[in-house]
Write a protein that binds this ligand. Sequence first.
Ligand SMILES: [Fe+2]
Length: 202
Amino acid sequence: MLRYCLNKGAEIVIEKDDIIALFGPQLGMIKDDLIREKVIKAWSLGIKRGKWESIEELEKMPFTLLTNTHGINFIEHTIAVTEGAIGLAVAQMETYRSMPYEIDMDRLVAGGLLHDVGKLLEIEFDGEEWRKSRSGKCARHPISGAILAAEVGLPEEYINTIGCHAKEGNGRPQVIETVLIHQADFATFDPLVMKSKDMLIE
Ligand SMILES: [Fe+2]
């Protein structure tokens, strides 16, 4: 079994199998073995660079520092956005008699799982609270995530799904999968911002 040593010490605390356990159903939807392996590698690299020591830490990490997440963590957010983007794609593919563009499901699922992988470098816990790291101040997660994806050898279209999924992609060319991931991402983010501003009618 391939083992990734991600800890600062000798003990191996986060392995490849742990990442597979987190995202098993979504990883299983990626048909291309090499792409699936690179998605796992990008997560492993982000975990290593961010010096994350346990899955429990990742499950405590808020998915954003920009608003109150009401306990929705980074892993939950990643899965919800990936599944949301899949839902947007399937709704069109199953409804339209003729698709005006082709949706690449491997690219969509991989992009969903990786769209925020840069947050492994952007967010840290200082012992008391979650904060933006020095790395995060230097480069927001779409940039650091795109770099991680490039380092593991993912194709440029996949890098577009990461680098252009947030405001960095506004007004920029995007593959269709980036558009769907962006919409799924903001469908999970905007309601929380609205709730915090008392603009969500409940
Ligand atoms: Fe996100």
